[in-house]
Ligand binder design. Structure first.
Ligand code: SAH
Length: 264
């Protein structure tokens, strides 16, 4: 594990989006081994975005990084999507895919896999177009700020999704809890928070760079979500197979919570 916390400056300087995508977002690795981490997360996202009430006008993706997998089932249920991330290069990499620029990451195998889970593998091109149409803004954010999109004030959304971001962005549990309150404030009362979080991970590495991760227990995440004004509706743990040199994650938590009315 790295001795020091890798904060926003380190992300801006050292996070290479193309290497990140190559390392973690291909369906199978160079030896042809399936990417079970990704496949399980896609299944969990489909399950969560199929729950009753998970629909509405606006969805905000917090700490989107250069990835779109977290939006593939979500885009069937929301009209407009706003994607947020701290680093310039990650937002730029996402824009490349949105605008079909040369050199953009090829998400097709992942989109096909999700379409197959949803019942029709042949709908991949349609889903890609739908998602591109729905992503209206890609903005800078910092989850440690009371208003993460400052100076932009976004109207509260029907849903916020955040995958693998807060545990990377927060140095300690107190910061994690306050980041959840900051992110939670982006959701309307009655709206939803959808999270995919690694448990008991202290680092992840790619491209010869090591990134710190806040070591979290399931209960700590749930308590932080509740402390941010939400009721947990769904919470499921998927163990990670041990022996991965790229990260020391023990499990993945998928969680859906609903924001309480402001009076309660
Ligand atoms: N959601 C993507 C990316 C996760 S990697 C996925 O599921 O793969 C972690 C992301 O958190 C990076 O894109 C990084 O830029 C972002 N990040 C780190 N610190 C942040 C902060 N303080 N505020 C917002 N985003 C941050």
């Amino acid at each position: 594990a790295p001795a020091v916390f890798t904060g926003t400056d380190f992300y801006q300087r050292s996070f290479n989006p193309q290497e990140y995508l190559r390392e973690f977002y291909r369906l199978s690795d160079s030896q042809g081994q399936p990417n079970t981490f990704l496949m399980e997360n896609l299944r969990a996202l489909l399950k969560m975005f199929s729950l009753e009430g998970l629909r509405g006008h606006t969805l905000i993706d917090v700490g989107c990084g250069p990835t779109i997998y977290q939006l593939l089932s979500a885009c069937e249920r929301f009209q407009e999507i706003i994607a947020l991330d701290y680093t310039d290069q990650n937002r730029r990499e996402l824009e490349k895919w949105l605008k079909k620029e040369v050199g953009a990451f090829d998400w097709r195998p992942v989109v096909e896999y999700v379409c197959e889970l949803e019942g029709d593998r042949e709908k991949w091109a349609e889903k890609e177009e739908k998602l591109r149409r729905k992503v209206r803004q890609v903005l800078k954010c910092d989850v440690t700020k009371a208003n993460p999109t400052e100076p932009v004030a976004l109207p509260p959304a029907d849903c916020v999704v955040s995958t693998l971001c807060l545990e990377a962005a927060c140095e300690d549990l107190a910061t994690f809890r306050s980041a959840l309150r900051n992110v939670g404030a982006l959701v309307k009362p009655g709206g939803h928070l959808v999270m995919v979080t690694v448990l008991r991970e202290t680092y992840y590495a790619f491209n010869n760079q090591v990134f710190s991760c806040l070591r979290l227990e399931k209960k700590e995440v749930e308590e932080a979500v509740e402390g941010a004004g939400f009721d947990v509706r769904f919470s499921e743990v998927q163990p990670c197979p041990p022996g991965d040199v790229r990260a020391d994650c023990e499990a993945v938590l998928s969680l859906v919570a609903r924001k309480r009315a402001s009076s309660s």
